[in-house]
Design a protein around this ligand. Structure first.
Ligand SMILES: Nc1nc2c(ncn2[C@@H]2O[C@H](COP(=O)(O)OP(=O)(O)OP(=O)(O)O)[C@@H](O)[C@H]2O)c(=O)[nH]1
Ligand SMILES: [Zn+2]
Length: 354
């Protein structure tokens, strides 16, 4: 095994000069911690790299393979290039509407983590699954804190999740009793990379510690040594598990904004939007209309049927959301006028009495 293979490199498909390749294990503001399987380096982007980067997607993310120039004595390196990614999970950057951000790159599996004991949002989960497929990785649903539920409660939730997660493995676990951990590990074979995604507080970091086992302390030390007083929780980090698998922990997704609003849907389904714009009729329903570019693309294999169905499904969801919101707005409007008119009537009565 060469040293890159110990950190997830697949020599059977990635065949280039490996001497100058390393993997990004943590991203700080303008610097990157990288690992070449033996040594860690503190690295920066070359000037040329920065000049050529057009969007935030062009910058390194945790899990990326980068081409570097190493200065081993100083444990420093300069990043010249990113290797093409086999997968990337994209979300909207916190606080902005338009900027994309890569949460993790080159993962084989995404663990969509939810807690069994609260805040189960099936619709949200469905979208996580969809985004994971879009990322190029395979989703696995992890339901944490099983120790806080009875078996009956767990079964009920699993049944609910099954309805939106067709064909996706669902694993209830507990980091306290270790239940389900063994099954989870079957999705973490040596040399593969997985990322943990989920809301803040569902137990991602605890799970990392559980899986790292007796290396917990080391992890903490690394974090503290590197944070230089900054908030450690905003750092994505990649960990090597004792069995040789790689696990990317992501910060709490309090601010996860992937699908809110139509703009992000547009970005996700850019290919279909483009096809639609080429339909003969601007109000084409992509059904039996003549000159429908979408139907044509479906027929000749340019557009996958599953993908189009996901798109339609999301459109339906959006329409549904919008109707609900409109209805709410209408009701609010109605009650506002009710109040005003009642107020008026009351005033009128008072005046009459006087
Ligand atoms: N009962 C129980 N509590 C757990 C379990 N796993 C995690 N917790 C608790 O849940 C809380 C949140 O856990 P974290 O691991 O910090 O959650 P996180 O998903 O990493 O949160 P962020 O770092 O904010 O994204 C902590 O108080 C943990 O002790 C579990 O299996 N059972
Ligand atoms: Zn059409």
């Amino acid at each position: 095994m060469n040293k890159l293979e110990t950190i997830g490199w697949d020599s059977s498909v990635q065949d280039i000069d490996k001497e100058n390749i390393a993997r990004v294990i943590a991203v700080q503001k303008n610097s990157y911690r990288i690992l070449d399987g033996e040594m860690e380096y503190f690295s920066h982007l070359s000037g040329k790299f920065i000049n050529q980067a057009l969007t935030s997607l062009d910058y390194p993310a945790v899990g990326d393979w980068v081409e570097v120039q190493k200065l081993p004595k100083e444990q420093k390196a300069v990043i010249h290039q990113i290797q093409p990614r086999k997968s990337q999970f994209v979300r909207q950057a916190a606080g902005t509407k338009t900027e994309a951000q890569i949460v993790a790159a080159n993962m084989d599996t995404v663990f969509i983590v939810n807690s069994l004991n609260h805040d189960l949002n099936l619709r949200r989960m469905e979208r996580y699954i969809l985004s994971t497929y879009e990322s190029g990785a395979t989703p696995v649903i992890v339901l944490t804190k099983k120790d806080e539920c009875t078996q009956e409660e767990t079964d009920l939730i699993v049944a609910q999740v099954e309805e939106v997660a067709i064909g996706v493995p669902i694993i209830p676990i507990s980091s306290i009793t270790q239940e389900g951990i063994e099954e989870l590990m079957t999705y973490l074979p040596a040399g593969e990379t997985a990322a943990l995604l989920g809301s803040s507080g569902v137990g991602k970091s605890t799970l990392v510690n559980t899986l790292i086992g007796n290396k917990v302390q080391e992890t903490k030390d690394v974090r503290e040594a590197d944070s230089k007083g900054r908030h450690t929780t905003t750092h994505r980090e990649m960990f090597l598990l004792p069995n040789g698998a790689l696990l990317i922990d992501t910060p709490g997704m309090r601010e996860l904004q992937l699908w809110e609003g139509e703009s992000s849907i547009d970005a996700t389904f850019q290919d279909i939007e483009t096809l639609e714009s080429e339909c003969k009729f601007t109000d084409c329903q992509h059904d039996t209309e003549p000159g429908c570019r979408v139907q044509e693309a479906l027929a000749n294999g340019e557009l996958l049927e599953e993908r189009f169905l996901s798109y339609l499904k999301l459109q339906r969801e959006l329409a549904y959301e919008k109707r609900k919101q409109d209805q709410k707005a209408q009701l609010a409007e109605k009650s506002k006028w009710k109040k005003i008119s009642k107020h008026q009537k009351d005033n009128y009565k008072h005046r009459k009495k006087r």
